[in-house]
Ligand binder design. Structure first.
Ligand SMILES: Nc1ncnc2c1ncn2[C@@H]1O[C@H](COP(=O)(O)OP(=O)(O)OP(=O)(O)O)[C@@H](O)[C@H]1O
Length: 335
């Protein structure tokens, strides 16, 4: 069964054209001129029930606009969408009973109230039967280990504690489709891991469909089986995470600061590595894990290079997307 399907879904915003300077501001106030700004350029997408899909793209790519159309917040300019068999903008309140949304940057809990009060409120808004609400909230409080924070006003909770409550709250009405927008933003590594486990477990035990946006590659790797990349409002890539990992995430970035000035030619770089930047004494080196291992690269420097500092990181998602974009461009040119 399909959780959602879109055909040629798009949104064009009408924005005021503004000329520079004070005179321009006054003119656009008195005699505004409008221009069309395409945000989403016609997306075809299907997501099956129970799938876990990462929805990625650089800032301004059109992710939020797409999610807002799929949740009925925005009316599209063209195209069609069906979410759980409903039209999001025509049957918005019906849909609200069946989906859940978490925005990492915005809280749905009442700031001055303890989470337990918001839970009660959500139970009433979604018209859950008393005994059903009691059973479900008990189960979630246990699973998310919320006991210690339940009666503390939200304003006094740490970000990690609050996010656990946020995610538990969204599961109260048993949504069959979850939209998670940056659910682990700003959290420390341990809390991020716990949040991911809880989302994964809900997907496994309740078959909840998950559509996630995140700038953290670990969220994508650990939570999703499929990745959809949007760029300049259009679909760029739609493939299993495994394949993307093999092709693109199979890289690490090493940042090496040497204790003394070193020319690029003096740094031993084995096959499968590529020095992409040198700023002062800091080199940025990309490692293709399919061709060499990070420890072999580091091993080649020990005793030969005086090292002041070294870090090993995943390439930033923005770079990964640029890499995908480059690869696609090459394919299209070659076609
Ligand atoms: N209400 C609006 N009016 C005019 N333009 C808008 C509006 N909302 C979004 N846009 C524009 O549409 C484009 C897509 O924005 P959107 O917020 O969907 O991107 P995004 O992929 O979610 O980015 P981010 O990762 O930064 O949240 C951007 O160029 C943005 O400036």
């Amino acid at each position: 069964m399909l959780a959602l399907r879109t055909r040629g879904l798009g949104k064009t915003f009408k924005v005021k054209r503004k000329e520079p300077g004070l005179r321009g501001s006054v003119r656009s106030l008195l005699r505004p001129e409008w221009e069309e700004k395409p945000a989403v350029r016609g997306i075809d997408l299907t997501v099956g029930q129970g799938e876990t899909v990462a929805f990625l793209g650089p800032n301004g790519a059109g992710k939020s606009t797409t999610i807002k159309m799929l949740t009925g917040i925005l009316h599209p300019s063209f195209g069609e969408a069906e979410v759980l068999g409903l039209s999001p903008w025509k049957q918005r309140s019906e849909l609200a009973y069946r989906i859940g949304t978490v925005f990492g940057q915005k809280s749905q809990l009442w700031y001055h109230l303890p989470p337990v009060d918001t839970f009660e409120l959500i139970g009433r808004v979604y018209e859950l039967k008393r005994e059903d609400y009691a059973r479900r909230s008990r189960e979630l409080i246990e699973r998310f280990e919320l006991g210690p924070y339940l009666r503390t006003p939200v304003r006094k909770l740490s970000l990690g504690e609050r996010m656990r409550c946020e995610i538990a709250a969204v599961f109260l009405h048993r949504p069959s489709l979850l939209f998670l927008d940056e659910p682990t933003i700003g959290l420390d590594v341990v809390v991020k891991q716990r949040i991911r486990e809880l989302i994964r477990e809900s997907n496994r035990s309740e078959g909840t469909t998950v559509v996630l946006t995140s700038h953290d590659p670990t969220d994508v790797e650990e939570l999703c089986s499929r990745v959809v990349v949007i760029h300049h409002g259009g679909l760029l890539l739609d493939e299993p995470v495994e394949r993307m990992k093999r092709d693109v995430l199979n890289r690490k970035t090493i940042r090496l600061t040497t204790a003394s000035e070193l020319r690029e030619s003096e740094l031993p770089l084995p096959e499968g590595t590529n020095a992409v930047r040198k700023e002062g004494r800091t080199f940025t080196i990309e490692v293709d894990l399919g061709r060499t291992a990070v420890e072999d690269v580091l091993g080649g420097w020990i005793g030969r290079v005086r090292i002041e500092d070294i870090t090993v990181e995943d390439p930033p998602l923005e770079e990964t997307i640029k890499h995908i974009y480059g690869r696609r461009g090459e394919k299209e040119e070659g076609a």
